[in-house]
Design a protein around this ligand. Structure first.
Ligand code: ADP
Ligand code: ZN
Length: 633
């Protein structure tokens, strides 16, 4: 029998376990129940897949989403594991075949939805099931953010299957949900494993006060840094998803919108195209992504401020599951606050939602390392700067902003606090819009006192003033700005204040002390050179294999594996064993197409070289020094 580490290496092609994976696997192998809390992309699947391979019999994985099941089954099959999903999208004969394989003990992993499970219990009781793994286990709790009534019936598992070990897995870590899961499932001799929620490969960046046009320009620049990569742009409204997708399409980006107003078929087709790399960018409302296990999402952009840190973290978590550097950018402006506040006020749970939005806003406004805020929010006390967020990379510089603040407050005062955010900035800038002239605001003393400052910077300063508590928004009075007591102190010269200098372009990096370099982004990104050509060739080969087998491309090999192949081109099939993510089965199945075979090596190349399969045959890509030279003979 293989040890978990051997299985990790031979089947999945990985060298070492992450975080607590090994401990969790050993605990489950000792037939003890477990609750596993790990962030999205942390590596939960291996925690049940490896025990399932080591145990005799068929392990059952309960998962709420059909699309995710299919994805996982494809990935397992690609690694040579007998896995299947029992569901209504199969034909009856397929389901009969799956049952037969399970009865004969050949099937190692069976995916099933909670509602289907109920119907299958009598049959399942007849086969050997060593392990039940409940994925997305927070769905069992009303406290979680995605309660599903079918999950509550899972409480009977221990009684119906007294010999089976049960593990529950989730990326939601709040205390109430956790206790609810333990209680409802009645876990035995259980242990709770809580992994760090840190995802150091995700860079964090907030861009404040951008107009729609500036956001699009910025998004295009992010996309151009990630040619051929996948990304998601989350928007607050359906209308915006369509608008952004359209604008990107016009610029030649393969983008599509995704939102709850579309038909199921339309949504499935977007998801399929994204999974199969037929489109690169999806502009989505929050409804997108839950069923997506795509490991090569390289950027996640929030076009608007999200409603809570939980949703934000879950959404950015869809980037960089393969551990490679990935970019996350959050746009945040005044209008977002107004819109989100109105949602909060209309929601059933006003207090809780308002508190959540406050925390999200604090994150966006933060002047300290953003990752520290996130980790502290999830209860992991962190007192080191991360070095991979905008605050760490470009610490905000401040100046004495008293006079600027006084000018803005005075403009608000002289209109009797009857103006909102945009008009305040326009008055300061001296912008004679129709509305301003109609109201006679072009005649007030403060009109144009801030003409030397750009409108964009005025928006930025006003946001800072809001956050510093000098002004507040009267949501019940057309969102007009009101001066607070503390604002009056500044206005009347009783208090001084500092403001942060708005950041327009990326200035020089400044080095700040960090506890330890947690993550180096040096290795793979942004090194456009011959490597990129080779990467493209490899990607093409991957796509062919994907199409031949009807798998998503990232199931064949992850981007990380392709990067590894580029960095250290294998000279022989044997060399593939040391490439990240190349397990035995994949080497056997299509290793030839990525490596030179020793037996037909002929004259050994002076430098490293690899063969790439293309429709017209093998293409030799040779590496001379740092250069890749293609030899089409
Ligand atoms: P989760 O279910 O927690 O969101 P996954 O199980 O999908 O995360 O894992 C995310 C990615 O990390 C997958 O591509 C997986 O193959 C990879 N991965 C998991 N564990 C390891 C490991 N020990 N070494 C290398 N890659 C790993
Ligand atoms: Zn930081």
């Amino acid at each position: 029998m293989q040890t978990p580490l051997q299985v990790l290496k031979t089947v999945f092609g990985y060298d070492s376990f992450r975080q607590q994976q090994e401990e969790i696997i050993n605990h489950v192998l000792a037939r003890k129940d477990a609750l596993v809390l790990m962030p999205t992309g942390g590596g939960k699947s291996l925690c049940y897949q490896i025990p399932a391979l080591v145990f005799e019999g068929t392990s059952v994985i309960i998962s709420p989403l059909l699309s995710l099941m299919k994805d996982q089954v494809d990935a397992l099959n690609a690694s040579g594991i007998a896995a299947a999903a029992l569901n209504s999208s199969n034909s009856e004969s397929e389901n009969i075949d799956i049952r037969r394989q399970a009865e004969s003990g050949k099937l190692k992993i069976l995916y099933i939805s909670p509602e289907r499970l109920q119907r299958e219990i009598p049959w399942l009781q007849r086969i050997n099931i060593p392990l039940f793994a409940i994925d997305e286990a927070h769905c069992i709790s009303q406290w979680g953010h995605d309660f599903r009534p079918e999950y509550t019936q899972l409480g009977c598992l221990h009684q119906k299957f007294p010999k089976a070990t049960i593990m529950a897995l989730t990326a939601t870590a709040d205390k109430l949900t956790k206790e609810d899961i333990l209680h409802q499932l009645g876990l035995n001799a259980h242990k709770v494993f809580i992994s760090s929620f840190d995802r150091p490969n995700l860079s964090l960046e907030v861009k404040r006060g951008y107009s729609s046009l500036e956001k699009i320009r910025e998004i295009l620049s992010i996309i151009s840094r990630h040619k051929g990569d996948s990304g998601i742009v989350y928007c607050l409204s359906r209308k915006n998803t369509e608008k952004v997708a359209q604008l990107l399409l016009e610029k030649g980006v393969r983008a599509r919108a995704y939102h709850a107003g579309m038909t199921t078929e339309e949504r499935n087709s977007v998801q399929e195209e994204f999974i199969n790399d037929k489109i690169d960018v999806v502009c989505a409302t929050i409804a997108f992504g839950m069923g997506i296990d795509k490991s090569n999402v390289r950027f996640v952009i929030h076009y608007n401020l999200p409603k809570s840190i939980e949703s934000f973290y879950q959404e950015i978590g869809r980037a960089g599951r393969d551990g490679l550097p990935s970019e996350t950018v959050l746009f945040y402006n005044f209008q977002d606050i107004v819109t989100l506040r109105s949602f909060v006020n209309a929601s059933g749970q006003k207090e809780i939602n308002s508190e959540k939005l406050d925390r999200m806003q604090e994150y966006a406004e933060s002047l300290i390392c953003r990752r520290r805020i996130l980790l502290n929010y999830f209860g992991e006390s962190s007192n080191c700067d991360c070095g991979n967020c905008d605050i760490c990379k470009r610490p905000p510089r401040r100046f004495n902003g008293t006079i600027l603040v006084q000018k803005a407050l005075s403009a608000i005062k002289r209109t009797n606090e009857q103006i909102g955010f945009t008009m305040t900035a326009q008055i300061l800038k001296g912008f004679s819009s129709e509305e301003i002239v109609q109201n006679g605001y072009d005649k007030i003393k403060t009109f144009g006192v801030g003409s030397g400052t750009t409108l964009k910077h005025w928006y930025d300063y006003l946001l800072q003033m809001l956050h510093l508590g000098f002004i507040e928004i009267a949501y019940n009075e057309s969102n007009h700005l009101k001066i607070t007591e503390s604002g009056n102190e500044v206005l009347f010269g009783k208090k001084r204040t500092e403001l942060a200098i708005p950041v327009d372009r990326e200035p020089e990096k400044e080095n700040r002390s960090q506890c330890k370099p947690k993550f180096s982004s040096k290795s793979f990104v942004n090194e456009p050179d011959a490597n990129d050509d080779l990467f493209e060739v490899l990607r093409k080969t991957r796509r062919q294999i994907a199409e031949e087998n009807d798998w998503p491309a990232y199931v064949v090999l992850s981007d990380r594996t392709l990067r590894d192949l580029v960095a250290t081109p294998p000279l022989s099939l044997d060399d593939l064993y040391s490439v990240y993510g190349f397990g035995e089965r994949k080497i056997e199945m299509f290793g030839q197409r990525f490596a030179r075979n020793k037996s037909n090596q002929g004259e050994r190349c002076e430098n490293a070289c690899i063969f790439i399969a293309e429709p017209k045959g093998f293409v030799l890509v040779q590496i001379r020094g740092d250069k890749r030279v293609r030899d089409d003979n």
